[in-house]
Design a protein around this ligand. Structure first.
Ligand SMILES: Cc1cc2nc3c(=O)[nH]c(=O)nc-3n(C[C@H](O)[C@H](O)[C@H](O)COP(=O)(O)OP(=O)(O)OC[C@H]3O[C@@H](n4cnc5c(N)ncnc54)[C@H](O)[C@@H]3O)c2cc1C
Length: 279
């Protein structure tokens, strides 16, 4: 029987608490959040006229084990009726542009697009993917996304494509973000197959098997590219926090910044707020 402290009440901490709460070996969960609200980057500004502005993430991908897991959680929280899906056929999924050197370039959305040279790139994507197979495996345990993609697919793709992907997904700099943390599937493909192209074609080892619920099955059937929620993505952390509150097993603390964690013989001592006075 365990008491678990969860540090940070962003979507990561709340989702971890959601699963801990269902674990019979865990008797108590304590969530410590430094700010005055839960949700972290998931923050939706709701106007009185019904418009919703997302201050952080605006769409969640349903693909893979993580995507299935998230949709199962959304279903478990009873948010099925609030889902706003965007399918791959939707104009918002098809029309993607890169702004390079003062010009907008429409990116190809079909398979034919990888066979020809499409501006702003100087060679077909297929060429980069085929030559990538011959690139030797890296020796570093981790590296930046930019360095990884430059090494395997060329600097042009790293500069133009990965830079915008990382700004879009993480609002971050691909020269500073870790490839292992942000794109574990790319890292795994190189480790296991020695190539991203081969990893993509042959798979890169076993992935956790998550049984899809109704919502995840619907996402697959309807080819969702992304989804959001009617009152914004912040509805998700709000609903998880409500679920945790009602569970009777979880203590939720706001304005509780963790300053230090100290290993002890029986576990961990978590010190919050005032560094010199452990609590
Ligand atoms: C602008 C932007 C757009 C994005 N768009 C998307 C998107 O469209 N789709 C998508 O899937 N992802 C997107 N992301 C990424 C996504 O937002 C993050 O991956 C996700 O929010 C990370 O959640 P987290 O809980 O790990 O971290 P955070 O959301 O950063 O939460 C961490 C929490 O920990 C708290 N905390 C920090 N230090 C302490 C401490 N010492 N003690 C106690 N609490 C502490 C913080 O206050 C915060 O609440 C975007 C990110 C940004 C910044």
């Amino acid at each position: 029987m365990k008491t678990v402290a969860v540090l940070g009440g962003g979507i990561g901490g709340l989702a971890a608490s959601f699963y801990l709460c269902k674990n019979p070996q865990v008797t108590k969960v304590i969530v410590l959040e430094s700010s005055s609200r839960f949700g972290g980057w998931l923050w939706s500004l709701r106007r009185s006229d019904g418009a919703v502005f997302e201050l952080g993430p605006r769409g969640i991908r349903p693909a893979g084990a993580v995507g299935t897991n998230t949709l199962n959680m959304v279903e478990g929280l009873g948010l099925e009726g609030d889902i706003l899906p965007v399918s791959y056929n939707h104009v918002a999924s098809k029309n993607r542009y890169l702004y390079v050197n003062g010009q907008l370039h429409k990116l190809p959305s079909g398979i034919s697009g990888i066979l020809k040279t499409v501006a702003p790139f100087s060679r077909p994507l297929l060429f980069s993917l085929l030559t990538e197979i011959l690139v030797k495996k890296g020796r570093e345990e981790d590296e930046s996304i930019h360095s990884f993609v430059s090494r395997r697919l060329g600097k042009e793709l790293a500069d133009l494509a990965m830079d915008s992907v990382c700004r879009g997904v993480f609002a971050g700099d691909c020269k500073k973000l870790s490839v292992r943390s942000c794109f574990p599937s790319l890292y795994k493909a190189e480790q296991q197959r020695g190539s991203l192209t081969l990893g993509f074609l042959l798979g890169s080892g076993s992935a956790p098997v998550i049984v899809p619920g109704h919502l995840a099955q619907r996402a697959k059937r309807e080819a969702w590219a992304q989804w959001s929620l009617k009152r914004g993505v912040e509805t998700l952390p709000e609903s998880i926090a409500e679920f945790l509150q009602q569970s009777g097993k979880v203590e939720l603390h706001r304005d509780a910044a963790v300053r230090q964690i100290i290993p002890t013989t029986s576990g961990w001592k978590v010190c919050k707020n005032i560094m010199t006075r452990p609590e």
